[in-house]
Design a protein around this ligand. Sequence first.
Ligand code: SF4
Length: 350
Amino acid sequence: MKNIRSLEKDEIKSYFESIEEKSFRSKQLYKWLWQKLVGTFDELSDFSKRLREELKVTFYIKYPDIVQKQVSKDGTIKYLLKLEDGSTVETVWIPDGKRKTICVSTQVGCAMGCKFCYTGRQGLKRDLKFYEIADQVSVIKRDLGISPTNIVMMGMGEPLQNIDNVLKAIDILNDEIGFGIAARKITVSTAGWLPGFDKLIDYPKQIKLAVSLNAPNNEIRDEIMPVNKRYKIEDLLSAVRHYIDVKKKRVTFEYVLIKGVNDSKEDADKLIALTNDIECKINLIPLNVAVDDKDSPFDSIEDGRVKQFEKWMMRGKRTVTVRKSKGRDINAACGELKRYEIDTKNIIIK
Ligand code: SF4
């Protein structure tokens, strides 16, 4: 028996060919699975009873289980989802007026080891399959009964290290017989895993790219993002320039503002110099460390310092925004919900 949600479009087609069913069944089934998000084969009302029974012999329908759900005062909801092999990932629902964003994970854990991120301190367990990435959206849509308007791949994991599954998941999210979310509303965020760039550039859909830069020079970036020891800022920026040349799309640089590490006037000056000739937007993300995160090597940054840094950055040519803090009361920082689940089971993931 196999989870039918794990089948790709051409596998669904081959299955129907193998049982000598008409080819239009593939599109019908795909719609039931990815647009209507059915929970049982009995809901397939345009399939004969015989065909529904035949499907049940070979397949079952299984979504990830919600093992924990934390709701913030501001409406942000953080989900901890359990996959079929028992692995858990976190997914966040972020409502902001008409914009409803889901932040999805692309790996179980992460190999990038960013010092400011709890997930990064746990290491990588495995890549997510394409349907496990897309099904984080399915679970939330089924739970809340609301469709998301935007998707950001900024949860656990480095998307470009799992690029094949990420792009297949985006196909489903964007498909008009899937979730129907416009490509320009889907953002892939990378810490700078350069081997994944070519496939992203070749991907024909106009999705958005965010690059987690976080430092104005190699010295600081080496300290807080180990990936920089492998792929230096100059190489990352040349990959970004190439991406912009080919895709004709502006990128967003994410800059996690860390107190005493990358928040000085000199850092702002260097960041302006580094990015002024690149078609980009700069998004400042104040680092907020959970009160009980004793392992964090950093402290939370004060609002006044964030405003000051933003002012310094305004002297450059590029648009600068500060990410609104959402879900602080439920520890919505990267990897936090996962941490609580780990703590309650007293398991330490290395
Ligand atoms: S910030 Fe993102 S890329 Fe860096 S360790 Fe955390 S999950 Fe991985």
